[in-house]
Design a protein around this ligand. Structure first.
Ligand code: NAP
Ligand code: MG
Length: 401
């Protein structure tokens, strides 16, 4: 066949360990045979981040601003053990954190559904997509211990440090602790815009929950800003698209989500998103089936798998053993980016190819060919699951493209 041409490059961010190995194999077996691939390549593998003093991460995020679409491989976030393992100059920050700060984006995580892979919650038939606000609350907190006899105040000063207001938090009769958290209107508005845009694009209703009955100023402000953005700019578009926006208490959202059949965008404050995204991912089965996209309020997209570098499999691979690592979430990162590139460039052949590859990957599993992580989750009348090694599975998908 003639390979599909691309007019604009996708920003390609390479990564670490087993996912770096998968990255090459996916390109070799599933993409370059069909697409004349055009990428602007950045090596975010830990050795190159160390060699460039992490400048490569910043440059790659700047490239996303320029080109609008990126695909990212999982990367190591160094800890003390990694500093020793790789002989690093420094404990470099999380690349995802750096990229998110530069793009001011929201992360949307969506499970990939295949018939036969049953969720732990059987009523969940459609994907539940989670949007997590990635600024403030306890993640940028200030906290301290307090001792018996001490008093803690919330003090607000003007730009010159002159005290404007003071509220007593607590007078401690015995030892305890305190915490100060904050958020910013602008960040919440950007978050609301990203969520409503994503919902329109994917035709999903939006469920947002916070605790405004208890937190009458802080959480109430989230509710107020979401309502404002919705009423002034999205209500009509939502009605036309046949989707809705619901605000209710976070406890109520949790109860409703469990009883639902899925198929909504669940918008979460920072902490709720941290916790609930792990619950939802686990309930849908394997981390290898969870995709993720960072969307900036001005419409830049970075696609990736939600899982990490699958370290344990990498060490087996280095020892010469074959692994059975699930490539589906990483394939969907590539297809997400290629489909979006095609959409933005009016290149329908590219978008069609991406959708075809996605359906081939899902069909391979549905027909009983899969990686080891999915075997215990697979239940389908008349189909006995067969475990394949990583490359074998990629070739099985290629047959179905
Ligand atoms: P992980 O790489 O997601 O792996 C955790 C475990 O989940 C694996 O050991 C494996 O279980 C299973 N698993 C995950 N993805 C799989 C797949 N595609 N196929 C089959 N099994 C899969 O998380 P981690 O071990 O906590 O972190 C490893 C490294 O990744 C760390 O250095 C961390 O910093 C980095 N990380 C990066 C990102 C990112 O770039 N977005 C996200 C998270 C973590 P079994 O071993 O039992 O088979
Ligand atoms: Mg978490």
């Amino acid at each position: 066949m003639n390979k599909i041409k691309m007019t604009t490059p996708v920003v390609e961010m390479d990564g670490d360990e087993m996912t770096r190995v998968l990255w090459q194999w996916i390109k070799e077996i599933l993409i370059t045979p069909y697409v004349d691939l055009k990428t602007e390549y950045y090596d975010l593998g830990l050795p190159n981040r160390d060699a460039t003093e992490d400048a490569v991460t910043v440059e790659s995020a700047e490239a996303v601003k320029k080109y609008g679409v990126a695909v990212k491989c999982a990367t190591i976030t160094p800890n003390a053990q990694r500093v020793e393992e790789y002989g690093l100059k420094k404990m470099w920050k999380s690349p995802n954190g750096t990229i998110r700060r530069i793009l001011d984006g929201t992360v949307f995580r969506a499970p990939i559904i295949a018939d036969g892979i049953t969720s732990y919650i059987p009523s969940w038939k459609k994907p539940i997509v989670i949007a997590r606000h990635a600024y403030g609350d306890i993640y940028n907190n200030v906290e301290d211990r307090a001792s018996a006899g001490e008093s803690v105040y919330l003090v607000v000063c003007d730009g010159d440090g002159k005290e404007l207001r003071r509220k007593l938090v607590h007078t401690f009769e015995s030892d305890g602790m305190v915490q100060g958290v904050h958020n910013i209107d602008g960040s919440i508005v950007s978050f609301a815009e990203s969520c409503f845009e994503y919902a329109l694009e994917n035709k999903l209703s939006v469920w947002f929950g916070a605790k405004d009955t208890i937190s009458k100023t802080y959480d109430h402000r989230f509710k107020e800003l979401f309502n404002e953005v919705y009423e002034t700019r999205y209500k009509k578009k939502f009605i036309d698209a046949g989707i809705c926006f619901v605000y209710t208490l976070i406890d109520d959202v949790v109860a409703r989500v469990i009883r639902s059949e899925g198929g909504m965008l669940w918008v979460c404050k920072n902490y709720d998103g941290d916790v609930m995204s792990d619950m939802v991912a686990t309930a849908y089965g394997s981390l290898g089936m969870m995709s993720s996209v960072l969307v900036s309020p001005d419409g830049k997209y970075e696609y990736e798998a939600a899982h990490g570098t699958v370290t344990r499999h990498y060490y087996k691979h280095l020892d010469g053993e074959t692994t059975s690592t699930n490539p589906i979430a990483t394939i969907f990162a590539w297809t997400g980016a290629l489909a979006k590139r095609g959409e933005l460039d009016g290149n329908s052949a590219l978008t069609d190819f991406a959708r075809r590859l996605e359906s081939a990957a899902v069909r391979t599993v549905e027909e009983g060919y899969m990686t080891g992580d999915l075997i215990p989750l697979f239940k389908k009348e008349g189909v006995a699951p067969r475990k394949l090694d990583t490359r074998g599975f990629l070739y099985e998908i290629a047959k179905r493209v």
